[in-house]
Write a protein that binds this ligand. Structure first.
Ligand code: ZN
Length: 220
């Protein structure tokens, strides 16, 4: 299994809440679970730590990052700031092809929800937001948003109140149509409200959570 696939599996286990914040990520156990060498696991863990999903603690090893309540609030504040900037730049500027690409992501998101494919739901929800950033052509907006969305997934896994993660395909559709319509006030209102809904689904009143066994999580 290559590094990106391992990273994806660990990311998903975190995003789906199977791997709790603070859980130890032992190189040896992971190497065994994925049937690869420890050097590969080490590079995957480094990559995940750059994305804010894993903390590497000297003399102790890696563990799933455990974002605090304040960090969670900061991440959603930043998302709102960055994403309204993205939306303002795209208002009235989407090509018909770009709009179709966005609608296609939303369509796949709906299918994933209907099929109960949580992993795809999480991935496609994030992809919608990343695609908007990509369409601005700004590499700084894109890389900052990629980082914020990784962190949001972890925060959502930790602080989601109950039930199913769902970014909201109806709201995504409304954003695409408003971008095409070209009314910036309308676009900014929809984007702000959407991020606010994501934040409102979280229980940010208390710090969270227990730890599980790695072997149970990565049973292949
Ligand atoms: Zn969304």
């Amino acid at each position: 299994m290559d590094s990106s696939e391992i990273a994806e599996r660990i990311w998903l286990a975190i995003a789906q809440g199977r791997l709790a914040p603070g859980a130890r990520l032992k190189e040896e156990e992971l190497a065994e679970s994925f049937e690869v060498g420890r050097a590969r696991i080490r590079s995957v863990l480094l990559q995940l730590s750059r994305e804010g999903l894993v903390d590497i603690i000297p003399n102790k090893g890696a563990q799933v990052a455990a974002p605090g309540v304040q960090e969670a609030r900061d991440v959603f504040y930043l998302r709102s700031t960055v994403e309204t900037r993205v939306a303002a730049q795209l208002t009235g500027q989407l090509t018909p092809q770009a709009a179709d690409d966005l609608r296609d992501i939303v369509r796949r998101e709906r299918e994933a929800i209907a099929d109960g494919h949580l992993a795809d739901v999480i991935r496609l929800s994030g992809l919608f937001h990343l695609k908007l950033a990509e369409l601005t052509g700004s590499s700084v907006l894109q890389s900052i948003l990629r980082d914020l969305i990784s962190r949001s997934s972890l925060i959502t896994a930790v602080y989601r109140d109950t039930g199913y993660f769902n970014c909201g395909p109806d709201e995504h559709d409304a954003i695409v149509e408003a971008l095409m319509g070209g009314n910036e006030d309308e676009v900014l209102r929809l984007v702000s409200e959407h991020i606010e809904h994501l934040r409102a689904d979280l229980n940010l009143t208390s710090e969270q959570q227990p730890v599980k066994n790695l072997r149970d999580i990565f049973e292949l």
